[in-house]
Ligand binder design. Structure first.
Ligand SMILES: NC(=O)c1ccc[n+]([C@@H]2O[C@H](COP(=O)([O-])OP(=O)(O)OC[C@H]3O[C@@H](n4cnc5c(N)ncnc54)[C@H](O)[C@@H]3O)[C@@H](O)[C@H]2O)c1
Length: 295
């Protein structure tokens, strides 16, 4: 139960800015609202911000109904959430900035650079990349000791882990402050070194890619592949359902990066590439391996 009276560990931020209001950014913003901090959500697309706010408030309602969030925290959530399409304004004076924009190095470099210019002088500058090098992302900063990976999982409100990834330049203080922030959000943390794919994404991407290859080869139907992995291997979700949840566009970016850094075994399938070309991204577009209700 998250209550209004919880004691927050030292180093908990007052302003958290989340950049990117897609699948992950909205979930991270929700988790930020469980802390005493004000949360600002930034996106280049005003429509994404609007739908993110609806989704976040709906998740708050679900939390109340399930007895996981009390009314005081819910009230605070309403007044503590702000949105903007202006990155500089959204980062102004923030203590922690977490970027969750598309999985592209050039976009992440541009976002973290702007964040550094406008956030508090000692702000933690975190990236939620699934797989890309933290060291390379934070190399764009004037002061890369403040850069760190904070890797959340989808769906953020339900998933308990935040993987903290130490770039080559990340200072111990930055790791500690990132950990304090994640814990204030109610997450358990693990600390990993900066290797592409960290401890989680490289395994997840390989399983999902193998399942997609099996689908392409006609080994079994999508439903049967997912059922086999769930009931036979005791995974809570099938790998094709998981791909629909992650987004096949995001997954393609992840696999392409892992192929270029870790090797051929991460090469995406032709079926996967064709699905992305067709806009079959998964839940967020309404069609992936499976058909979904409008997002
Ligand atoms: N989807 C997952 O399951 C998952 C899990 C963990 C980590 N991640 C990582 O999180 C990040 C975001 O993934 P996602 O699935 O939420 O993607 P998404 O496509 O759902 O959302 C990305 C958002 O970023 C916005 N954006 C793009 N450029 C921007 C900019 N310059 N400034 C502000 N906003 C910008 C887009 O408008 C979009 O709303 C990626 O790095 C991804 O690898 C994804």
């Amino acid at each position: 139960m998250v209550t209004g009276e919880r004691t927050d560990p030292p180093g908990t931020p007052e302003v958290i800015t989340v950049v990117g209001a897609g699948v992950m950014g909205r979930g991270i913003a929700f988790a930020g609202l469980l802390t005493p901090a004000s949360v600002r959500l930034v996106d280049v697309d005003a429509g994404q911000l609007e739908s993110a706010v609806h989704r976040i408030l709906a998740d708050v309602e679900v939390g109340i109904d399930r007895g996981k969030i009390d009314a005081e925290v819910a009230d605070r959530a309403q007044s503590h959430l702000a949105t903007t399409t202006d990155l500089a304004a959204g980062c102004d004076g923030a203590d922690v900035v977490i970027e969750a924009v598309v999985e592209r190095m050039d976009v992440k470099h541009q976002v973290v650079r702007t964040a550094e210019q406008h956030a508090a002088a000692d702000a933690v500058l975190a990236t939620n990349t699934s797989a890309m090098s933290i060291t390379e992302i934070i190399a764009a900063l004037e002061d890369p000791t403040r850069g760190v990976g904070m890797h959340f999982f989808n769906p953020v409100p339900k998933m308990k882990l935040c993987e903290l990834v130490r770039g080559l330049q990340t200072s111990p203080e930055t790791m500690d402050r990132a950990e304090a922030t994640a814990r204030a959000m109610g997450k358990q943390t693990v600390r990993v070194e900066d290797i592409p794919g960290f401890a989680t994404s490289r395994v997840n991407a390989l399983i999902g890619n193998e399942a997609m290859r099996m689908l392409e080869e006609g080994v079994a139907s999508a439903e049967d592949i997912d059922t086999a992995i769930k009931l036979g291997l005791n995974h809570p979700m099938g790998p094709l359902e998981m791909g629909d949840l992650v987004g096949w566009d995001t997954r393609l970016d992840i696999l392409s990066y892992l192929e270029s850094t870790l090797g051929e075994r991460f090469r995406p399938t032709n079926l996967h590439r064709r699905m992305v070309a067709a806009g079959h991204f998964g839940r967020k577009s309404g069609q992936g391996v499976y058909r979904h209700h409008a997002p």
